[in-house]
Design a protein around this ligand. Structure first.
Ligand SMILES: [Zn+2]
Length: 413
């Protein structure tokens, strides 16, 4: 079924537009007032939808979640009493073996449905890759990826402490052979970050896969894994193919030191993913005044770095919050990074759309003729509200197919 969405409002245009969708792609976008010659779009079966000035966005992109852990704490079953990252890891390691493949698949289906209903058309998830049993979990998630292939793109990052044991190195290599798309890790949490980085880059070189790391998720101002990552990316010629999430230590070091790191991050063309919800929960416990723990988003943007924003953990021992809503993440990012000007709010929206798409390497992305018809309709008339007051989502299209449509009804008495 091809579509014609009429009187749509876009973020970067003042006039309303009609969006024609054919064969899974955006056939054309033109202003509603322009002279129409001939049929709106070719093809026998065209579904029209009059949007009446409502906002249309390109599909939201979620660059960093953990589907293997999600909803583990949705009923309060496995709380993290101290609220720290270290206790979260302990709780997770104690309970992960109790999850059957069916449990994982049901949680992942629930997560993907929530994301799609929120307008997400592409997601990148880290999946633990440390022991043979993790590969069974990965295989279960890959099955769900096939089930949802028509509705959402799912990239998987093999997340293991590479370089710390032959068992983990084997598990990571096996995960990439099985279907994981990227080499992951958290070198700052290993005893020897340099060795772990060496193992990560060696695996990336051997497999030809890009890299996405948890980097410096710590309050230690001396933690410099991000700097080492930037230098190794340049040395390996992998500029533009490496992503770093968190980068919290950048916020705890002095301005001059942070500036030197950011300059190298820009040179390496690293994609940086800020994860404000999880950082607000896990960082700065027991300190007053409590730091936000969020990386230096403003300075990174000013240096020309591609900054994105993600959910991270959702309703698990790491973070009791979350709903797979990138617009809520954009809202958190605006709050926590003090991005309140008009252009800054626009940048926050880009962090969950175009910027995140660049990090995920989505070539056919965007609201433009010829791009894949991945888009969503907001029940809102002001594009800025996408960030300042995330509105209900009315529909999500993936490759030109209407995947989900939400009815909203309110009765004033
Ligand atoms: Zn994470």
């Amino acid at each position: 079924m091809d579509w014609l969405l009429t009187n749509a409002r876009l973020v970067d245009r003042t006039e309303l537009v009609d969006i024609a969708i054919a064969d899974g792609r955006i056939a054309r976008i033109r202003s509603t007032s322009s002279v129409q010659v001939g049929p709106a779009i070719p093809g026998p079966a065209i579904q029209r939808w009059e949007l009446g000035g409502r906002v249309v966005l390109p599909g939201l992109v979620e660059p960093h979640v953990h589907l293997d852990k999600t909803y583990l704490n949705s009923s309060g079953s496995f709380p993290n009493h101290s609220g720290t990252l270290l206790e979260a890891i302990d709780v997770w390691l104690a309970v992960k073996q109790q999850r059957s493949a069916a449990d994982v698949q049901n949680a992942v289906r629930r997560a993907l449905r929530a994301a799609i209903a929120n307008g997400v058309t592409a997601v990148r998830s880290h999946v633990d890759t440390e022991e043979p049993s993790d590969l069974q979990t990965l295989a279960a998630i890959l099955e769900v990826r096939e089930e949802f292939r028509h509705a959402i793109d799912l990239q998987i990052v093999a997340l293991g402490f590479a370089g710390t044991s032959p068992v983990i190195d084997r598990a990571m290599a096996d995960a990439l052979a099985l279907g994981a798309d990227l080499v992951g890790g958290a070198p700052a949490l290993t005893p020897d970050p340099a060795t772990s980085l060496d193992a990560i880059f060696a695996l990336a070189e051997r497999t030809g896969k890009p890299i996405d790391l948890h980097s410096d998720e710590t309050e230690d101002p001396a933690s410099r894994t991000l700097l080492a990552l930037a230098e190794m990316t340049i040395a390996a010629g992998m500029q533009g193919l490496v992503t770093a999430g968190h980068c919290c230590s950048l916020a705890f070091m002095d301005d001059a030191s942070a500036g030197r790191v950011i300059e190298r991050v820009a040179a390496a063309r690293l994609h940086i993913v800020t994860l404000p919800s999880c950082n607000l929960v896990l960082m700065g416990r027991g300190r007053q005044p409590a730091p936000r723990g969020v990386t230096r988003v403003k300075e990174l943007l000013a240096a020309g770095v591609n900054v994105c924003a993600g959910s991270d953990n959702v309703q698990d021992p790491f973070n009791p919050f979350g709903s797979y809503d990138p617009l809520q993440t954009a809202n958190f990012t605006a709050h926590t990074a003090h991005l309140t000007g008009t252009d800054e709010l626009r940048a926050c929206l880009e962090m969950v759309t175009t910027r995140a798409a660049r990090a995920l390497g989505l070539d056919s992305y965007g609201l433009r003729a010829g791009a894949a018809a991945d888009l969503l309709v907001l029940d809102a008339f002001d594009p800025q509200e996408a960030v300042t007051a995330p509105p209900p989502r009315l529909a999500t299209f993936k490759n030109g197919r209407l995947i989900v449509r939400t009815q909203t009804e309110r009765e004033w008495i």
